[in-house]
Design a protein around this ligand. Sequence first.
Ligand code: DAH
Length: 341
Amino acid sequence: MSDALKAFEDGLDEVEASYREVLSGAADEPSLRAANAKLVGPEGRLTKLLKLMKSVPGDRRKDLGQRSNAVKNAIKELFDGQLEALAAAAREAELTGPALDVTLPGRRPLPGRLHPITRIKHELMDVFTSLGFDIADGPEIDTHENCFDKLGFPPDHPATDMQDTFFVKGADGNVDPRTLLRTHTSTIQIREMSRREPPLAVVGPGVVYRRDDDATHSPMFHQLEGLLVDENVSMADLQGALQVFLSRLFGEVVEVRLRPSYFPFVEPGAEVDARRPGGEWMEIGGCGMVHPVVFEHVGYDPEKWTGFAFGMGIDRMAMVKYGVPNIKALFENDVRFLSSF
Ligand code: DAH
């Protein structure tokens, strides 16, 4: 006897002998459906068996085919009968069981609410539009040029390194060194200045990506970029704008401290620290006076135009405003955390 024939006959014997018990053992509809699937579902025993049919010798196919069909029909009949019986039993239990207590309080659906990052983003945009800034946007996948080169980063600057930046694969499957996930929202400065003439005042909130991961760093985080270009803009205008926006955001007078620092696209450049009354200094971003080389790259006359720029961590501001100790909590979507403020 061929192996296939033996396997088929043994398998069929087994299904014939066991299907009744398998189906009648199910105590409710889901287990009945699961038991049925084990027999005739896509991966069921009988289904798999029937796939062997083509290897069964021709003279036996007819008779075994008829037997298989008979089992299949019997299974279907038993399944339908069981399904009905279970439904009837459930109805019966409902009718004769304890009455439904309609005075029990219902389960209240939890109302949705905005994520803290979204909320603070909206608040930031409200504050800045009230100060006369436009809202700008840009893509999360951008070019090396917009993210680094036009902002005055030298080609070998460590920020442009694979260690710090996520590069994107091209259509050929290879990493394309010209296309990346933006590492900061400063790309928005280049995009806005390239398509508009000065004077202008814009802020652009957005998601940025870096290969950083610990309690205060997430590989995906949010920034808000600000840019103002006009004649005779000074560092005092920058400090004043920061002071006003932070105080409006936090609803109390916030102190702002600028610490000299270096960013390729500003001169002079500074880190921005903020302190709420009675609180600790906290670094929230960088800022400075737009570097003339950036104006040249976007076709603005650096002799005529001056400007300030800043970039702030929105997540950092949310942490300060809502007292969140770990940045990861903002992205885990734990409802207990999200509904706590
Ligand atoms: N792009 C900088 C960063 O991500 C932050 C920054 C610093 C933005 C100074 C600015 C600026 O606009 O002037 O670290």
